[in-house]
Design a protein around this ligand. Structure first.
Ligand SMILES: Nc1ncnc2c1ncn2[C@@H]1O[C@H](COP(=O)(O)OP(=O)(O)OP(=O)(O)O)[C@@H](O)[C@H]1O
Length: 258
């Protein structure tokens, strides 16, 4: 079954200076279990695409459907942003428990769910810390656990690792890849990094310059188990796919400049 569908979807923002066309028209279908990574130049409408899927914005024309219906904010989707946006007055556990409360998980079940979610993002030992007592990478792990709390059918991630150092970023990529594979979780993930896109994705879409349209739609058939992350990143197949995506991104930028 198709999980999410954009059909002839366009979005423009109204500003004092007039309408700003941001995205589309776009036909894009996200299948159940897919890890779709969207790459494109700055301003090509990647965040707008996520906002449409989350139901934060409605298309100016065309249709957006999630499980066959217009998306409703907070229902069926979890969102992770570039900044973790945690509640500083709560502990790490408290941040996840709050999300479980919003998801109407019964009070007695919340401690066990919180422990399971924190363990799944590698934070089993840090539940009692305050959010300022953990690193940026760990804060982003809390944000992921919080987004998963409501068991969303679709996880939307908007450049979630952009502010992290290179090593932390690679560790988080490996963990998110494994997490989505174990869970069969459907993900739409936005990044500027071609390496990150090819490593994470089961499919990469490159958007053209604003208003973004599909410039490349490429299945990524890299093995999702049985190979170490280092071997995968060093493989000839990875290099070939990276080359193909990078060429499409360069072409969108050239089209903008010329
Ligand atoms: N609230 C808004 N009001 C007016 N214009 C907006 C608004 N949000 C985004 N835009 C414009 O819409 C276009 C697409 O923005 P969007 O944030 O979706 O792009 P993006 O690809 O995510 O960019 P980046 O890679 O820089 O984060 C841009 O030209 C942007 O300036």
């Amino acid at each position: 079954m198709t999980l999410a569908d954009l059909t002839g979807a366009e979005h423009g923002y109204r500003t004092k200076a007039g309408a700003v066309p941001a995205l589309g028209p776009l036909d894009l279908h996200v299948a159940e279990g897919e890890f779709l990574v969207v790459v494109g130049p700055s301003g090509s409408g990647k965040s707008t695409l996520l906002r449409l899927l989350a139901g934060f914005e409605h298309p100016t024309t065309g249709e957006v459907r999630l499980l066959g219906h217009p998306p409703v904010p907070g229902r069926d989707v979890g969102v992770v942003f570039q900044q973790p946006r945690l509640f500083p007055w709560r502990t790490v556990s408290g941040n996840v428990t709050a999300a479980l409360r919003w998801a109407n998980v019964p009070k007695n079940d919340r401690p066990a769910h919180t422990a399971r979610l924190l363990a799944s993002v590698g934070l089993g030992e840090l539940g009692e810390r305050r959010t300022w007592e953990i690193s940026g990478g760990q804060q982003q792990r809390v944000a992921i656990a919080r987004a998963l709390a409501a068991r969303p059918r679709l996880l939307l991630m908007d450049e979630p690792f952009a502010a992290l150092d290179a090593l932390t970023r690679e560790r988080l990529q490996e963990d998110v890849r494994a997490l989505s594979d174990e869970d069969g979780k459907s993900v739409v993930f936005v990044t500027h990094s071609v390496d990150e896109a090819v490593f994470l994705a089961s499919r990469v879409v490159v958007l053209s310059d604003r208003p973004g349209r599909v410039a490349l739609d490429l299945p990524i058939d890299l093995p999702r188990s049985g190979v170490s992350a280092d071997d995968l990143r060093g493989s000839a197949q990875f290099a070939a796919l990276r080359g193909e995506v990078a060429a499409a991104v360069r072409a969108t930028v050239r089209a903008t400049v010329s």
